[in-house]
Design a protein around this ligand. Structure first.
Ligand SMILES: [Zn+2]
Length: 244
């Protein structure tokens, strides 16, 4: 590990929940880097060579329905890792992984992570619990996009972003929001205006500022609570101290 990463790994809650012995082996192999907004971590179908543990950036997983239509299928911040499906045998990314908000991440070669997870059953269990929650998130998002209103979906997405950043605003265009929510730009602008009229957010010059988190919680669909609960359940099953 290089630079200031010897302390910063603690910001990633998944790394922090690994058993000490496994973590110290892994830390030697991690390198810190900056991920810049709008850059892809992986394209859809691309081979996964590195696994990323976000510290203060957010990565969004996007599926293409056809050449024009896209939709978010996962959001990953400092609670998780990008490229988790390699632990389930995947070699290639099934979706595009795009950096939504800029920041630092730690990365490790996929082959190293697979080897370490094979060595320790406890580490494997922790990482697979997370992977399972990520897949559950994806399934919930599919239902969300089918059944819930653009305003409720937008509130849900904003709350998920708010959970993963420490600042009160972030840069995002309505075009990208439309790509994530699988809807037209005009629909997104209308939903943004609805939340803005209630003074829950402010949308100014390509940035969204959070004004009233409680208010957003009143506007979101039930998917937000369901997805949050899935992560809580995945981390609570880490109580066992066993390590192999
Ligand atoms: Zn929903």
């Amino acid at each position: 590990m290089r630079e200031d990463s010897d302390k910063r790994w603690q910001e990633n809650r998944l790394l922090a929940s690994l058993p000490d012995r496994d973590l110290s082996r892994l830390l030697l192999q991690l390198e810190i880097l900056t991920l810049f907004a709008k850059e892809p971590v992986y394209e859809s179908g691309e081979e996964i060579y590195f696994i990323y543990f976000p510290l203060d950036c957010i990565v969004v997983l996007i599926s293409s329905v056809d050449t024009d239509a896209t939709v978010e299928v996962g959001l990953i911040g400092n609670e998780g890792m990008v490229g988790a499906t390699i632990l389930m045998g995947a070699k290639n990314s099934t979706s595009k992984a795009l950096i939504l908000t800029e920041g630092k991440a730690l990365r490790v070669p996929a082959a190293v992570l697979k080897k370490e997870a094979k060595r320790s059953s406890r580490m494997r269990e922790v990482l697979l619990n997370y992977t399972n929650a990520l897949l559950a998130q994806s399934a919930q998002l599919a239902a969300c996009h089918r059944y819930h209103t653009p305003k409720a979906r937008l509130a849900r997405l904003l709350l998920m972003i708010n959970d993963r950043i420490t600042v009160s605003d972030f840069r995002i265009t309505h075009d990208l929001l439309a790509d994530l929510l699988g809807t037209r730009r005009a629909t997104v602008t209308q939903a943004v205006n609805q939340l803005q009229d209630k003074e829950l957010i402010a949308s100014v010059r390509g940035r969204i500022r959070f004004l009233d988190r409680k208010g957003l919680e009143n506007e979101t669909c039930t998917c937000y609570a369901i997805i949050s609960q899935q992560y809580l359940t995945s981390t609570h099953s880490e109580a066992s101290p066993a390590n192999s």
